[in-house]
Design a protein around this ligand. Structure first.
Ligand code: UT7
Length: 331
């Protein structure tokens, strides 16, 4: 059976840096609170005119170049994002348009922070069965345009950033490389613990002028509740992948968790019994970029030489849904 390897990985974040001090100007918050509770120092936000497919396109160009492949080599696009450039169609079609590869199938995955790992699982099945040999998997997000930048929305507004990461996945005959295992989970009992409720198709019409006056048009989270689940689910789903693959945590060179909060990452490291030197973190620069987080981390870790060929990397995510997932990859 074919193995799925990361032939190229790239990322792109918008140029505009928003520091914690910038946020202090708009809402009642402090740099100290944000850093102490989350580890975030700054994040990137798009400027007017930038789109999720546009961020994805920039990341894709880098990933393709590193894979030494051209857009025409892509046989399938998987686009993980909570958003698109418009309400519909999904961002994958906009990205395909930019890549100028009409006819190539494109699928959107809307699984929030777990979107990239759900996409990786899908790509891996297509490659294993021989249906496709080269798949573009992208995570791209713009959260900044949907946040409540007043004190009312401060608990969410300080957390999120924009960005994109892209992976060119190819089929390999090398049985000692590539995606070893992917594990996926969801629990819909917790949909309202972290969600964007309005505008909603349950309303007739789905959007009204009155709605815009309420805070229900902004994303909402029961932070502590989500935190407690996250610190349990991350180690659990990593152990699940390790057990299935017959690996121990000592054989893992780098753990790359979704970046929601540095305190969550530290708790996960502690529960796994590994030092923070073995766990990748870039939340201080980007905040939480939802489905883009893991590919951005992979791209930066690769650039920094922290992921080299032959290294075993454990990926894990947890987020809205709840959805959570993991993957073990031999680079
Ligand atoms: O990516 C999806 C997964 N997401 C996560 O896993 C996130 C999980 N949750 C968290 O990371 C944390 O719960 C947060 C960072 C969101 C919040 O940290 P916390 O330590 O749980 O704080 P809290 O929500 O319990 O709030 C503590 C206090 C409250 O004030 P009172 O009630 O104690 O007076 C909040 O109103 O901090 C207040 N607060 C703020 N103060 C300054 C909330 N947001 C802010 C803010 N600046 N931005």
């Amino acid at each position: 059976m074919k193995r799925t390897i990361f032939a190229g990985i790239g990322h792109y974040v918008p140029e505009k840096v928003i520091t914690n001090s910038d946020l202090e100007k708009w809402m009642d918050t402090t740099d100290e609170w944000i850093q102490e509770r989350t580890g975030i120092k700054e994040r990137r936000w798009v400027k007017e005119g930038q789109t999720v497919s546009g961020l994805a396109f920039e990341a894709t160009k880098i990933a393709l170049q590193r894979a030494q492949l051209a857009p025409q080599d892509i046989e399938f696009i998987i686009f993980a994002s909570m958003e698109s450039d418009v309400v519909f169609p999904g961002g994958g079609c906009f990205l395909q348009q930019k890549l100028e590869i009409p006819g190539v199938p494109s699928m959107d995955i809307r699984n929030q922070c777990s979107g990239f790992l759900y996409g990786l699982a899908v790509a891996d099945q297509f490659i294993k069965t021989g249906m496709y040999k080269t798949i573009l998997l992208v995570g791209s997000e713009i959260q900044s345009t949907g946040l409540d930048l007043t004190t009312r929305g401060r608990d969410m507004a300080v957390l999120f950033g924009d960005g994109a990461g892209a992976a060119v996945l190819t089929a390999s005959n090398d049985a000692d490389r590539g995606v070893i295992v992917t594990k996926l989970h969801a629990d819909g009992r917790f949909t309202d613990k972290l969600w964007g409720e309005w505008p909603s198709i349950t309303h007739h019409p789905r959007i009204t002028a009155e709605m815009l006056e309420t805070d229900r048009i902004y994303p909402k989270m029961e932070g502590r509740y989500v935190f407690k689940h996250a610190v349990t689910r991350f180690p659990e789903v990593i152990h699940e992948a390790l057990n299935e693959a017959g690996y121990s945590i000592d054989q893992v060179d780098l753990v790359v968790p979704h970046q929601a909060n540095l305190r969550i990452t530290e708790a996960v490291a502690q529960r796994l019994g590994v030092g923070m030197d073995k766990v990748y973190s870039n939340i201080h620069k980007y905040g939480n970029t939802t489905a883009a987080t893991i590919p951005i981390c992979l791209s930066e870790a690769w650039e920094e030489g922290r992921i080299k060929q032959g290294n075993v990397v454990a990926l894990a995510s947890f987020g809205s849904g709840f959805t959570w997932a993991s993957s073990l990859v031999k680079w």
